[in-house]
Design a protein around this ligand. Structure first.
Ligand SMILES: [Zn+2]
Length: 321
């Protein structure tokens, strides 16, 4: 009994201690893998990051488990994408934000560069990571959030952020260079859902998705027919499946085009809304973008240029992929 009382007093005194300095590593919880990766790049040893959505998980359809909610409640800080990407997580973030800082990466991006969401009024298209220069703006949210919680680490976060920005800037230039090798009339990217609008706009590629911006609604017969007509008319050489979206409807496009005498290839898998397994090229944000380029550029008749020096760390896996 005495021990219990002593523990209680100790616990109370800990609670009332001044909290000016955060305990490191900071317990960070993130939603999608692209953000998990960014926070790890910027936070380094000062953070311990738990990403809720792993490889192959579709964020549009993702509902948190009781365990996920527990993980969120225990976080020191939370980073999410916004734009209704984590739409089925509902107002969890608003409730958590009453006591835990929640940072939304899209809030750090210039709104004039965001596209309106075609379905959810008042929201932006959430697939901002495929314009690498735009995604890079989200770094500010991570630096601000971590530095506010852990001022002693601010210089480290700023330096890591500058290094990461440099890599993303090299990646951005590389994609533009690679896209420019595709013959102009073949710069058309057809995928299962509309995840690539920012990619297309930034790098000069026309984009068509079968399912719209969210994966919540299934493609209808009319959607398939319209896309087939487009593929046949434009003599599109390849269409692409996505790892986080079932491929059956896109397969139907390939078969219908074939019936009309146009042989369109089912191109390699694209990582759209989630990176791949860790330890593979596509297991990081930069690697997943490179993986997509390897799938897209040659299939549409282009040729991949050599990787820039800033991305040398990816060279080996890039060659093997
Ligand atoms: Zn999506």
């Amino acid at each position: 009994m005495k021990l219990a009382a002593l523990l209680l007093v100790t616990a109370l005194s800990l609670l009332t201690m001044p909290t000016t300095q955060a305990q490191t590593p900071i317990n960070v919880v993130t939603t999608v893998g692209m953000i998990t990766d960014m926070v790890e790049q910027i936070g380094g040893d000062r953070v311990q990051v738990t990403g809720l959505m792993g490889a192959g998980v579709d964020p549009h359809l993702y509902r948190p488990t009781a365990r996920n909610i527990q993980t969120l409640q225990n976080a020191d800080i939370i980073f999410r994408n916004g734009g209704n990407l984590e739409g089925r997580m509902g107002n969890i973030f608003d409730r958590l934000n009453r006591r835990i800082p929640v940072y939304t990466l899209m809030d750090a991006m210039p709104s004039e560069r965001l596209f309106a969401h075609p379905i959810y009024e008042g929201f932006f298209d959430p697939h901002v990571w495929f314009d690498v220069s735009l995604w890079s703006e989200g770094i500010d949210a991570v630096v601000d959030g971590l530095s506010a919680l852990d001022p002693a680490g601010a210089a480290v976060y700023a330096a890591n952020a500058a290094a990461y920005r440099g890599k993303l800037s090299a990646l951005d230039a590389y994609i533009a260079e690679a896209a420019a090798t595709i013959p102009e009339e073949q710069r058309v990217l057809i995928t299962a859902h509309d995840a690539f609008s920012y990619f297309g706009a930034r790098y000069g590629i026309e984009v068509r998705g079968l399912q719209g911006v969210s994966t919540e609604a299934e493609a209808g017969v009319q959607d398939v027919q319209n896309l087939v007509a487009f593929v046949v008319d434009r003599r599109v050489p390849a269409v692409f499946i996505e790892t986080s979206v079932p491929q059956r409807t896109l397969q139907a496009v390939v078969e219908a085009a074939r019936a009309r005498g146009w042989e369109v290839r089912l191109g390699g898998e694209l990582f759209s809304d989630a990176p791949g397994d860790s330890g593979t090229l596509e297991g990081t944000y930069i690697g997943m973008v490179l993986h997509n380029l390897i799938a897209i550029v040659p299939a549409l008749g282009g040729e991949l240029p050599p990787l820039p020096g800033a991305l040398a760390a990816y060279q080996l896996m890039f060659e093997e992929a």
